[in-house]
Write a protein that binds this ligand. Structure first.
Ligand SMILES: *Cc1c(COP(=O)(O)O)cnc(C)c1O
Length: 368
């Protein structure tokens, strides 16, 4: 049995007519960049998340770069973040020459260890970028407490966190700004690239709207040197269809996660991350820690089971950040987890039969 790590095709075939209509309505409208479809999605995202403003941009990465720029993560300022994440969470800090300052991760959640943030703060620190990864949010109470004590800006990388809530508050709405990615595999994913910035601050929203159109306050009046980063109407139309069914999709992901946890609970070579704090997790990915991870991964591959490793090399050990002068051993928890972590296939349409096959294959590997 072949089990895809991810596929958009099952969802598409279930709602083919609805997706096709949404796409062709855009073609027939002749409006492709921003326009009514993007405004409609922005309104829907505001309603869903409770954010006061939502501004569509071209990708999650662009959203991070633009928000970092606006929040003043520039020119030698220091910004605290985790080394165990996707590149874009840190490259956005470095892009305008701010300095990424890493704090090692928590051993149980794999997210930034919030008890170690304060010791890294200097007079030069401008902000914190918490990343809500691995199905749960960071401890936002702690982060906001440290941020307000030291007058720091908080940019929530909620690229993977659509639908996640901390004390009932949607991801991205607690810090100064938050971003989503609509990359196809994400919980709310389009049929191409897309992203969004959300904020409750009127000024930050105003600047974001200018920054996505070259820094223009009105046509051909450029107040800032901005970007060309717009969400296109076709993606917005697809995303609006998906958003209608997002709660159902999130529920199904939760069911799949429970299948995995139950079926693998008797496997002593496997451990699961812990969900901490008063929050609603969303299983965008299903991660576990596995003994002999690389051999297990090879065995899954032989059996045509898709898997992924988030993330095989922590960012402090990436060539592009070598100028920061870190070495192996600087962030031991991130380094250790990067050797053990493995993500299994999860999406709303995966079947219990497929999950059974994945779990049986894992158990078979350890019995070898
Ligand atoms: C996917 C992702 C991004 C980048 O989003 P794109 O839309 O692919 O540019 C940023 N941060 C994290 C944590 C992500 O998972």
């Amino acid at each position: 049995m072949k089990v895809n790590f991810y596929t958009s095709l099952r969802e598409y075939s279930e709602r083919k007519e609805e997706f096709n209509k949404a796409i062709f309505d855009v073609v027939e409208s002749g409006s492709f960049i921003l326009g009514p479809k993007v405004t409609e999605l922005e309104e829907q995202i505001k309603a869903y998340t409770g954010a006061k403003h939502a501004i569509g941009v071209a990708s999650g990465t662009d959203a991070l770069v633009i928000a970092s720029h606006i929040l003043g993560f520039t020119d030698g300022k220091e910004v605290i973040t985790s080394p165990f994440t996707f590149l874009a969470s840190t490259s956005c800090i470095a892009k305008h020459n701010a300095k990424p300052v890493f704090v090692d991760i928590d051993e149980e959640t794999f997210e930034i260890n919030t008890n170690k943030i304060e010791e890294k703060i200097t007079p030069n620190t401008a902000g914190i970028v918490p990343i809500h990864l691995f199905s749960q949010m960071n401890n936002m109470d702690r982060i906001m407490e440290v941020a307000s004590k030291h007058n720091l800006r908080v940019l929530e990388d909620a690229a993977e966190a659509f639908g996640m809530r901390w004390h009932g508050k949607h991801s991205g709405t607690i810090g100064d700004m938050g971003i989503f990615s609509f990359f196809p595999t994400k919980t709310l994913g389009g049929y191409g690239d897309g992203g969004m910035i959300i904020t409750n601050d009127d000024n930050l929203a105003q600047m974001t709207k200018m920054f996505r159109v070259h820094g223009a306050s009105k046509k051909y009046h450029y107040d800032y040197i901005g970007y060309n980063s717009r969400l296109d109407s076709m993606q917005a139309a697809v995303l609006s269809v998906k958003l209608k069914y997002i709660d159902e999709a999130i529920k199904k992901r939760e069911t799949v996660a429970k299948w995995y946890t139950d079926k693998l609970s008797d496997c002593e070579y496997i451990r699961f991350p812990k969900i901490k704090g008063d929050q609603s997790p969303v299983y965008y990915v299903f991660n576990l820690l596995a003994e002999k991870r690389d051999e297990l991964a090879d065995f899954l591959k032989e059996n045509e089971i898709g898997y992924s490793i988030y993330y095989p090399i922590p960012l402090h050990m990436q060539k592009c950040f070598s100028y920061l002068g870190h070495k192996k051993g600087d962030f031991p928890v991130a380094e250790k987890i990067s050797q053990e972590i493995l993500a299994l296939p999860i999406y709303p349409e995966i079947t219990e039969k497929e999950v059974d096959f994945v779990c049986d294959t894992i158990k078979k590997f350890y019995r070898k």
